[in-house]
Design a protein around this ligand. Sequence first.
Ligand code: VGL
Ligand code: ZN
Length: 220
Amino acid sequence: MKEDVTIHESDALLVIDMQYDFLPGGALAVAGGDTIVSGINRLIAGFHDNILPVVFTQDWHPPNHASFASQHEGKQPHDPVDDPSGRIGPILWPDHCVQGTKGAEIHQAMALDKATAILRKGFRPSIDSYSAFLENDKRTPTGLQGMLKELKVQRVFTCGLALDYCVYNTAIDAIDAGFDVIYVIDLAKPVGAPEGIVERVLDEMCQKEVVFTRLDHVVV
Ligand code: VGL
Ligand code: ZN
């Protein structure tokens, strides 16, 4: 774990999927998701005070999304997906973050007033999009890379939900797109399924030279 990380003018903050459905009481609740809200807001304030980009993502599925177990006969949430193309998976989910529903809204406690952009993803019925940069086919762009490059961003800070899905995939794709990545690990919580995924993704991110830090080590 690196010591202090000081924010520069070529940094941006990505706040991933802090929506009702991923928070306790939601359809795909991530344990402890509510405990990171105030810390993320502190980080957002630091970027906002320095007039730096703050991008929120919003998982935004149609009601018939292929990642929902309800769309597959005889399947339950958390069942594995046997789709080698990887467009959905590795597991199926309960219906969540359906467009226009309360569960899809970003939680009202989040400092959404300080967002410079809100990026919706996962709206194509047959492809999921864990990453904020590329959909799960790893070809379809969301447009975020172009936006950040045009804003001369060189380094992104990532936090939010879930540690092992959307935040992880965002961090990896950011590295592959040529950004430096600071992953604020105490401001993310995992789904933790299938078993062993957290260890696996942390290991992969270390290999890819994602830098891990904690909120208290971010100097704004
Ligand atoms: C997510 C599972 C399904 C996430 C989104 O935000 O990590 N996980 N959809
Ligand atoms: Zn989703």
